[in-house]
Design a protein around this ligand. Structure first.
Ligand SMILES: NC(=O)C1=CN([C@@H]2O[C@H](COP(=O)(O)OP(=O)(O)OC[C@H]3O[C@@H](n4cnc5c(N)ncnc54)[C@H](O)[C@@H]3O)[C@@H](O)[C@H]2O)C=CC1
Ligand SMILES: O=C(O)[C@@H]1CCC=N1
Length: 271
């Protein structure tokens, strides 16, 4: 992506923790000069201090982009620091779960271009996926700029409606944690069947990574890929009879987990 507008006018990060750092790392690797980045964060990490960016110094007058990456609970305390940049000219991108566009419009003014995006932590190795939706003041070139920035850390998708953001958060925003827990529990299950811990963990990580990569690369859909592993009356069938059980298996469990995350996202927008 062409970073020249952002490099010339500057990019401000409000909050630079796990997800802000993952995004910043991607942009610096894509050639964004560190001198063009201003970070507001009361607790800058050692990694951030080593990047040569401006930390907690006065902001440029009209930066190209402000990225909001603080926890939703910190929003009220954090937003006043960038409120003066609202009103047009600067594009705001928020990755905060459960903080609506209307909340930002109340603070920054409805004429401010605001894009809500939901990335995920594989962004740290440029394998994230981010879903985006903009407000009425967002132009086509604002969307293109936001997609360009987010494509530096993985894939992007546009949403039709802001209401989809709660379910997106429950699926792909929080989803990496479900997969990490799958790896933990798959390895533990292998240990329970007699494998040493390190071997079980290595097999579990490679199995999840390889299956994920095959699901992306293959023209067959995941259900066919599952069938391809399953010999009639073999070992996989024995396991899938447990995992695909309507009430006690994955279908009900994941339905409940994604619903809980989606509901929590809705709750956060009301807090
Ligand atoms: N971690 C994840 O997987 C994802 C997180 N998000 C969203 O990103 C946001 C940040 O999450 P994380 O990076 O995980 O949290 P984090 O806790 O790692 O980072 C938050 C950062 O905000 C800073 N901060 C606290 N008060 C501040 C203030 N008043 N002004 C400026 N900075 C302040 C903290 O020092 C910290 O560095 C949240 O809103 C979360 O919903 C979105 C997608 C994925
Ligand atoms: O757990 C959370 O609230 C954030 C949003 C998506 C991932 N982490």
């Amino acid at each position: 992506m062409d970073m020249s507008r952002v490099a010339d006018q500057g990019l401000v990060l409000l909050g630079c923790g796990k997800i802000g750092s993952a995004m910043l790392a991607g942009w610096l690797e894509h050639g964004l000069p560190s001198a063009s980045v201003w970070v507001i964060d009361p607790n800058p990490s050692d990694w951030l201090r080593a990047q040569g960016v401006n930390i907690n110094t006065p902001l440029p007058e009209r930066p190209a982009v402000v990225l909001v990456a603080v926890k939703p609970q910190m929003m009220g305390e954090a937003l006043p620091a960038i409120q003066a940049l609202g009103g047009g000219g600067t594009l705001f991108i928020s990755v905060a779960a459960g903080t609506s566009i209307a909340t930002f419009e109340r603070v920054l003014g409805a004429g401010t271009p605001i894009i809500r995006a939901m990335p995920n932590t594989p962004a740290a190795i440029r394998q994230g996926i981010s879903a985006l939706i903009g407000n009425a003041s967002t132009s086509g070139s604002d969307m293109t700029l936001a997609e360009g920035l987010l494509s530096a850390i993985g894939d992007t998708v546009r949403l039709q409606d802001e209401a989809q953001m709660d379910a997106v958060t429950g699926l792909s925003g929080s989803g990496p944690a479900y997969v990490f827990h799958l790896i933990e529990t798959l390895a533990a299950a292998g240990e329970a069947q007699g494998l040493p811990h390190d071997l079980a963990m290595r097999l579990a990580k490679a199995t999840v990574a390889g299956a994920g990569a095959l699901a992306i690369a293959s023209e067959e859909d995941p259900s066919q890929l599952r069938i391809n592993v399953t010999s009639p009356n073999g070992t996989t069938q024995a396991a899938l009879e447990v995992l695909m059980h309507e009430q006690e298996g994955f279908p009900n469990l994941l339905h409940r987990a994604v619903k809980a995350a989606t509901d929590r996202s809705k709750e956060l927008s009301g807090e």
